[in-house]
Design a protein around this ligand. Structure first.
Ligand code: FAD
Length: 410
């Protein structure tokens, strides 16, 4: 039987970061993935994610710049008949993912291997044995052969349909979940007329979601994608919504029709409650822990954050036992990630019920507010700007109706 300090299941963003942190701390680490190559589980794509909370991790672990193909803090937000411009203090990072040589997971897993981590591909956990301290032995299956390993700690980062989470939490199937589906393209020459990122809302054409276009790399490369809430999609896939929106919105139609498509990507992720983010000596990270923002479908920043903190908690608290490790990890999530997810869940409940008329009014209202205040400061704490808020509300009586409507939905 082989012995490891830590077994990391899944070499996606969360698992690769966890394996890198553990290996750099001198832990004997085994990283496994069921795919035949790192990133093989998804087509080449570019995820947009906010840098809040992950910049320090990237610097500490010496993660190379290559997967960060672009960044921007300027965006234009559109409803059918209104728009506002946001210059934010938080930067959006455009990160290469999946089956590309420069993908985040490929480069970070490679760095983990350089730091001493063992990587086994086409490998899955078949049988778990429970001992006194938790999962004591695991049987791994890989290309027809089987091997028994022992690991003191398990980090389960096996993605949105985590088999490991299902086996640890039989009640998981009953928890409420939001399934976000996306379809997009990477293309050369997606012309954005000066604004690096554009987001479009349309409650009829993009139910519970949005369309975005972003300039994401060298040589005029761009990404365009439609994101929808599967519960509102009447059984249709996100590609159907992408095509319909791109067909009906003139600016998007023009940009997409001129672009040279380099690849397409599709998929879905679940957000929602988990009974817990740990079980015995196992910690759940990334999508396996359902750390996905239910409103925007962003999960990469939380995957990086949770992969790092699962590994850190184990490195720092292992001598005090798995309960102390779990407490440390849950505390890190409770401080940074869980409040954001709760806010996202509340906002999503309102967002899903807004009509196109509501969206026009809301976007128009924010456009007017932006003339008086920096919008992201306003979003952080609207009550600090009573004069600006009241002034904008008073400028059009329908804004007061909108606020009453939003309050009612909350
Ligand atoms: C179409 C689409 C667009 C998205 N766009 C964005 C975006 O713009 N911004 C953003 O922040 N987020 C986005 N997301 C979400 C984001 O991609 C995820 O939140 C993020 O990838 C989660 O990382 P992870 O490491 O938890 O899981 P993953 O990256 O999914 O990695 C899981 C890994 O586990 C492996 N695995 C699965 N089962 C097993 C098993 N049994 N044994 C061994 N290995 C296993 C898989 O092969 C995979 O390598 C998008 C998702 C989709 C589907």
């Amino acid at each position: 039987m082989e012995r490891f300090d830590a077994l990391v299941i899944g070499a996606g963003a969360a698992g690769a970061v966890a394996a890198l942190k553990l290996s750099r701390e001198g832990c004997r680490t085994l990283l496994i993935d069921k795919a035949a190559r790192v990133g093989g589980h998804s087509a080449g794509k570019v995820d947009i994610t906010q840098d809040a909370g992950i910049r320090g991790i990237i610097l500490e672990l010496g993660i190379p710049r290559k997967p960060f193909v672009s960044h921007s803090n300027k965006s234009e937000w559109n409803s059918r008949n209104s728009s506002f411009f946001l210059e934010s203090s938080v930067t959006d990072l455009f990160v290469a993912r999946g089956r590309r040589e420069d993908s985040f997971e490929a480069l970070v897993s490679g760095k983990a291997e350089d730091a001493g981590c063992e990587l086994r591909l086409s490998t899955q956990v078949k049988i778990l044995e429970l001992g006194e301290g938790g999962f004591s032995a695991l049987e791994l299956a890989s290309n027809g052969s089987r091997a028994m390993v022992k690991a003191d700690c398990i980090i389960a980062a096996d993605g949105t349909r985590s088999g490991f989470a299902k086996s640890c939490f039989p009640s998981l199937a009953k928890e409420r979940e939001v399934v976000i589906s996306g379809h997009g393209m990477l293309a050369k020459g997606l012309c954005l007329d000066g604004c690096p990122t554009r987001i479009y809302f349309d409650s009829e054409l993009l139910p519970g979601g949005y369309f975005y276009m972003g300039a994401c790399g060298r040589e005029g490369e761009g990404v365009a994608a439609a994101v929808v809430d599967s519960a509102l999609a009447s059984g249709r896939g996100a590609k159907w919504f992408f095509d319909r929106f791109a067909g009906k919105n003139k600016a998007v139609r023009t940009a997409v029709s001129r672009a040279k498509v380099r690849g397409t990507f599709s998929g879905s992720c679940s957000a929602g409650r988990m009974p817990s983010r740990h079980h015995r000596n196992a910690l759940f990270a990334g999508d396996a822990a359902r750390l996905l923002d239910p409103l925007l479908g962003y999960g990469l920043n939380h995957a990086i954050f949770s992969g790092y903190h699962a590994a850190r908690a184990w490195v720092e608290k292992r001598w005090e036992g798995s309960e102390a490790v779990a407490r440390e990890y849950e505390a890190a999530l409770a401080e940074k990630v869980l409040p954001e997810l709760n806010d996202g869940e509340r906002a999503k409940r309102v967002f899903n019920r807004l009509s196109n008329q509501d969206l026009d009014m809301l976007v128009g209202f924010l456009d007017q507010v932006s003339e008086k205040v920096k919008l992201d400061e306003f979003f952080d704490s609207p009550s600090r700007y009573p004069a600006e808020l009241l002034g904008t509300l008073a400028s059009r009586p329908k804004y007061a109706l909108l606020l009453r409507h939003l309050h009612h939905l909350l």
